[in-house]
Design a protein around this ligand. Structure first.
Ligand SMILES: [Ca+2]
Ligand SMILES: [Ca+2]
Length: 359
């Protein structure tokens, strides 16, 4: 009897191990290879060799790029160099990147580790830039005012909160108001490992304003990119390891209620929203193993999805760009402006392409 119980337990253990293994393989999409989708006139952006994890293009064609992310356990080609915020004017024929200087700083620039970003433009056309920062493996949100003439960012404040323990991306909904996704990467290496390998879905979304901070959505298997529809009525959340994009209805009191979810065969990272068409452009990792366990001989691929009419019964999903990592490794974000697309990556380069007619 004892022997039978031991065998049963052993069998159960093996089944659990097998289940865990297959769940890991599914969540990380370990068997996926990309079928290339090329675009005309693609050029790597000069001056970006060390990541361009998030970017946002203003309606006037100015693009902000967060560069130089150091993410626990993920490749960095220059781990000792602080990160920076870059600016590109996409109205220029051959746009160049320029590093924005930071003034009025009350935070330590030598440990600047920028991650997700978002902008808010007020009624006087003042542009605020919010930047997720991870100085010394902590998590803060740095608030800046963009000074276009001076090509600089005036630092206004550092935001810390216990409900912002490990922020990935944010979407600004006011000068000091935002929604933020949280994972556990910057809290504790053990928590990170548990969350990642066991799929505990501990990730959540926080609403922040100076006098009201609360969790508004939870239970995600690594919530990553977040953005908002042009009319401000819907919030989009990318659930990286569940390969889903969720649409939430946003209410006047800032609560979110789930409306629908879309499934994909790729790990969805940051979401950009075209301010004119409302289309979503999503930077994706076709194969999560290659991004979390870097091997230069078998580098992570890049893939960009475009989602049209997301609220309709049949949203149209197109692979706008896909490449096996020979040119661009680990795409995280893509945004469009006047028939062109800028694609960023976790730790690699950035690519600027013309969109084909089909797009
Ligand atoms: Ca963002
Ligand atoms: Ca991200």
């Amino acid at each position: 009897m004892a022997k039978l119980t031991a065998l049963t337990l052993l069998g159960l253990g093996l089944a659990l191990f097998d289940g865990q293994k297959s769940s890991f393989q599914t969540r990380f999409n370990v068997h996926r290879e990309v079928t290339p989708v090329e675009l005309p006139n693609c050029n790597l952006v000069k001056g970006i060799d060390n990541g361009s994890e998030d970017l946002e293009i203003l309606p006037n064609g100015l693009a902000f790029i967060s560069a130089g992310l150091k993410y626990p356990g993920i490749m960095s080609f220059d781990p000792d160099k602080p990160g920076k915020i870059l600016l590109m004017d996409l109205n220029e024929k051959d746009p160049v990147v320029l590093e924005l200087s930071i003034t009025g700083s009350t935070f330590d620039l030598s440990s600047f580790n920028p991650h997700g970003i978002s902008t808010f433009t007020d009624e006087d056309n003042i542009v605020y830039l919010m930047v997720v920062n991870h100085p010394d493996s902590k998590s803060t949100v740095e608030l800046f005012k963009f000074q276009e003439k001076e090509k600089s960012l005036l630092h206004l404040k550092t935001i810390r909160h216990k409900l912002l323990p490990s922020v990935n991306d944010i979407v600004a909904v006011g000068p000091e108001h935002f929604y933020a996704t949280n994972d556990h990467y910057f809290i504790d290496p053990y928590l990170k490992s548990w969350e990642m390998h066991l799929g505990l879905a501990w990730s959540f979304v926080t609403y922040y304003s100076p006098n009201d901070v609360r969790v508004v959505a939870e239970g995600f298997d690594f919530a990553n990119g977040i953005n908002i529809s042009p009319d401000g009525k819907y919030v989009y959340i990318a659930e990286l390891l569940a390969h889903k994009i969720h649409v939430y209805e946003k209410h006047a009191n800032w609560t979110l209620t789930p409306l629908k979810s879309l499934d994909f065969n790729t790990l969805v990272d940051n979401i950009s929203v075209d301010p004119v068409t409302g289309d979503l452009w999503v930077g994706c990792h076709p194969n999560g193993m290659r991004i979390f366990y870097y091997d230069p001989k078998n580098p992570p691929a890049s893939e960009v999805l475009r989602i049209q009419d997301i609220l309709s019964k049949e949203p149209k999903v197109t692979v706008a760009y896909a490449e096996n990592g020979t040119v661009l490794q680990g795409s995280t974000v893509a945004a469009v402006y006047k028939g062109k697309m800028l694609v960023g990556t976790v730790f690699h380069k950035a690519l600027y392409c013309e969109l084909s007619q089909a797009n």
